[in-house]
Design a protein around this ligand. Structure first.
Ligand code: FAD
Ligand code: NDP
Length: 489
């Protein structure tokens, strides 16, 4: 990678930036990492008149655009056609044969990712952000060294912002290097016949959906009792049933001991050894076992930036609600702070830092009631508290549940149920959480997040006239709370 600069123009945009320029710094703000958070913070700060330098070690766009949300969602769309084609038969369509050319899907996905990378570069240039390619490392609280193929250079700034993201973790077991992570899974040249996915979080469930719809035999190894720990228990249980119904073999309460090369009918394959003495033969192992904040080799300790975790294994950067680190002029946002590792959160945190430093508006991000979705098969989405969290915090709550066969599948014949759930505070009726497992759940829950943010009550949901016929209307047609079971009374 070459060390280059000047992709953006150098502007002194306002009286405020002129005032800041009176200090002896090259920039008002230097940002490490041109991912979701870093790009958002840079553009907003530049719009507020700050002189901004942005340093990127790889390509502009970060995890979301290059190795996360965007390519993942394109593969979700691509694999979903299997369901659509199967469902079409019940509506009279006859589709003699259909097959997926995975390499064509990956190539189309790559073209879109490259297009977005270009859009990001143009946006940064247009906003006057000065872009540098290379590895950024703090020398002190105001100085960053950028190392690239062309050499190194040092830049100074009044404020520094760390937005270096996170990287996938592989478990420390023999043969871990024989498996892949989501980085590689998004660009597989071809599809395996069988895949073992280790981990039942967002990435594990999303790839189980992509692979199974693409025709891969999927086994998912979980170290706890079920997928998606932390989500509403009823949705987790319903999700596991849906997974099993589509042929995904779940292996709960299992510890993976090793991955070993072996042969199967003369072919080179992998053997996944489990702690209960059994093993799984597979063509591919995907480790979806969490991510680690990118906080090493950044010179953070030298600059005095405090990290969570043991001294020999530091992890996330500790920040205040305004994203300030233990050093007055150094801020950190996004996955490297390990608060809520989602793209819109990193963007909101980045813009908040710009408003705090250059907009005269100290801004903290409220991490409550952030909607989130798992784009599996089917998708799940949630906003607010799960039933378990609501009971722990508020004691008595009213829980409304509806589980139904979606209208589309009365004709398609697909054996699937949509689950929707609403949790309200008893007495005030304030809606504390909305959850959905089923088609369009992410689209529906995003809209309901506005209602929850506004403090809507169950009575206001009831007073909303339904939009018929939709799945979303069920959220305003929930009449009777579920009778408390002994466990809940
Ligand atoms: P990143 O976007 O990772 O950006 C960090 C940047 O810093 C990178 O470009 C990196 O190269 C650069 N960098 C690191 N160190 C240095 C250095 N020393 N010098 C210079 N540059 C450096 N979130 C959602 O909201 N919805 C989704 O559907 C979703 N799907 C996902 C799917 C997958 C497979 C993955 C892995 C993640 C997904 N996420 C999703 C999470 C989301 O991608 C991240 O939360 C988000 O990208 C974090 O943004 P960030 O700015 O903190 O870091
Ligand atoms: P998650 O934290 O969501 O899930 C990790 C999974 O791996 C859990 O099931 C965990 O088990 C399991 N696990 C962890 N360590 C081991 C181990 N040593 N052996 C076996 N299993 C293990 O991480 P992901 O990697 O799935 O995703 C990372 C983050 O990226 C997410 O948390 C989310 O913030 C973001 N993301 C968001 C997406 C979205 O918005 N749609 C999509 C993809 C990622 P246990 O439950 O027991 O801890």
């Amino acid at each position: 990678m070459s060390l280059e600069s000047g992709t953006g123009n150098f502007h002194l945009c306002s009286a405020r930036s002129y005032a800041l320029a009176m200090h002896d710094f090259d920039f008002d703000l230097l940002v490490l990492g041109a991912g979701s958070g870093g790009v958002a913070a840079s553009r907003r700060a530049a719009a507020l008149g700050a002189r901004v330098g942005l340093i990127e070690a790889g390509r502009v766009g970060g995890t979301c655009v290059l190795r996360g949300c965007v390519p993942k969602k394109l593969l979700v769309y691509g694999s979903h056609f299997r369901d659509d084609l199967e469902d079409a038969a019940g509506f009279g369509w006859s589709i003699p044969s259909a097959s997926l050319d995975w390499s064509k899907l990956v190539a189309a996905k790559d073209r879109e990712v490259n297009r977005l990378n270009g859009v990001y570069l143009k946006m940064l240039a247009d906003s006057g952000v000065h872009l540098f390619f290379g590895w950024g490392r703090l020398i002190d609280a105001h100085t960053v060294e950028i190392r690239g193929e062309g050499g190194s250079q040092r830049l100074t700034a009044r404020y520094l912002l760390i937005a270096t993201g996170s990287s996938p973790i592989r478990p420390a077991i023999p043969g871990a290097d024989l498996g892949i992570t989501s980085d590689e899974a998004l660009s597989l040249p071809g599809l395996p016949r069988r895949a073992v996915i280790v981990g039942g979080g967002y990435i594990g469930v999303e790839f189980a959906g992509i692979f199974s719809r693409a025709g891969v035999e999927v086994s998912q190894v979980l170290r706890c009792d079920n997928i998606l720990r932390g989500f509403d228990e009823e949705l987790r249980a319903a999700y596991a049933s849906e997974q099993r119904a589509r042929g995904i073999a779940l292996h709960p309460n299992q510890t993976i001991l090793a991955v070993e090369p072996t042969t199967d009918g003369g072919a080179q394959v992998l053997q996944v050894r489990l702690a209960d003495g059994t093993h799984l033969l597979t063509d591919l192992v995907l480790f979806a076992t969490g991510r680690r904040p990118n906080t090493t080799d950044l010179g953070l300790a030298e600059a005095g930036v405090a990290l969570r975790g043991a001294p020999d294994r530091p992890s996330a950067i500790i920040v205040t609600p305004e994203s300030r680190t233990s050093v007055e002029n150094i801020y950190a946002i996004g996955d490297c702070t390990d608060r809520l590792n989602l793209t819109p959160v990193a963007i909101a945190e980045g813009r908040a830092v710009a408003a705090t430093l250059f907009g005269g508006q100290p801004t903290a991000i409220d991490h409550h009631n952030v909607a989130t979705a798992v784009f599996g098969a089917p998708p799940l989405a949630s906003v607010g508290l799960s039933e378990e969290q609501a009971r722990a915090r508020y004691g008595e709550v009213d829980v409304y549940v509806s589980r139904f066969r979606p209208m589309k599948h009365t004709l398609s014949g697909r054996d699937t149920r949509t689950l929707i759930k609403l949790i309200a505070e008893r007495g005030s009726g304030r809606v504390l959480g909305c959850h959905m497992l089923g088609t369009d759940a992410p689209e529906i829950i995003q809209a309901l997040a506005v209602a929850i943010r506004c403090g809507a009550t169950k009575a206001q949901f009831d007073a909303t006239i339904a939009l018929h016929p939709t799945a979303a209307e069920e959220f305003v047609l929930l009449r009777e709370p579920r009778k408390p079971t002994p466990a809940h009374s």
